[in-house]
Ligand binder design. Sequence first.
Ligand code: FES
Ligand SMILES: [Fe+2]
Length: 432
Amino acid sequence: MLSEDQNKRLTEVGAGTPMGELLRRYWMPIAAVAELDDKPTKPVRLMGEDLVLYKDRSGNYGLVDRHCPHRRADLSYGWVEDCGLRCNYHGWLWEHTGRCLQQPFEETAHPDARFKDRVRIKAYAVEAKAGLLWAYLGPPPAPLVPTWEPFTWQNGFVQIVFSEVPCNWFQCQENSIDPVHFEWLHSNWSRTIAGANGDRSPTHLKVGFEEFEYGFTYRRILEGQSEQDELWTVGRCCLWPNCLFTGGHFEWRVPIDDATMLSVGWFFDRVPNDMEPYKQDRIPYWYSPIKDPLTDRWITSHIMNQDFIAWVGQGTIADRTQEHLGESDRGVIMMRKRILEDADHVMRGGEPKAIIRDAEKNRCVRLPIIGREFFLKGSSRVEHETSRQRTPGLQIRKEFPFLTGQPEEVRAAYRRAMGLPESGVDARSPAS
Ligand code: FES
Ligand SMILES: [Fe+2]
């Protein structure tokens, strides 16, 4: 059980708070590259700060204060130019570095005054990688945006999925080190929803947790498996400070503010060997709804939707003074302790865990990955459909199991990439 003060320290993300300062040492994914190609401005709220993300006509990305420093108009209604973002109220033009480039009437009235040199807008760094746009809100020098190993993989269909979840980010991240929930929240609950008659999924016999350079791994042995299985020898990753990595996909829990979290999923599906070479021109992105408008209840049909239900169910900010932790929570306890130590370390001027500054190392940052060979080399369609079936994530998926609402064009592009028949005959998962 934690004290109220510890709970506050784990969950507050504003600038100046220990966790807010820790989080500001890392790049956060906030949008898809393709999203800004579709529309060059996007209002963004990140760690309690209201901002506007934009791409100007020269291809520069900017992330600046939502409010214009002149008289506070909303810059998400501004427009992009060859260089910078222009405010729609009086036309002041802002550059991604924070400089004011033009103040039309001021320059007419007082051509020599150079008032524009005396005003700046709050501006943060943005970088594109792996189809995502990443923002850094911390002090200079910014570290490198990690090139996680899957970002270097070829012959895969990648898609990015966003959902806005109305609860604090940290209870979502606690789920990244919670192997036992899978058996209940996903396997058994899905069976129950489908009307199974007491037929249970294999139960967890043993779990293990270890810290490594970029976070923690969690390992498990399920009924019918052994210590030779990769779920035990390799495990899955709780990536520092706010991500789950399962091998085939990442889930970042990006704090919008103390009470809201942006779930950012990056999913890689390896095409079968007979579909190689496969290259994506554009990584698609989509927004997944979390509530069924007809019933006003959370959507239960997909894996991550089930996770969201657990997290919002814990309350907007989980009250950790009221918990009763057991053996299955050993990883959660380890992670809380470590992240609070890291936050204190940052407050004392230190560098936290998993910061990458070495460009050589960042060419490809290796992680523990179950079935690495499969992702690198792929396999034939026959192998796909037979021997790989038992290990989750290592098979051709006919439907997207993680989030509801995949747009038809993304589904069709996926099926073409995988060599699946254009209109699938398999029943789609129910929407709720
Ligand atoms: S408020 Fe932006 S130019 Fe006046
Ligand atoms: Fe889950």
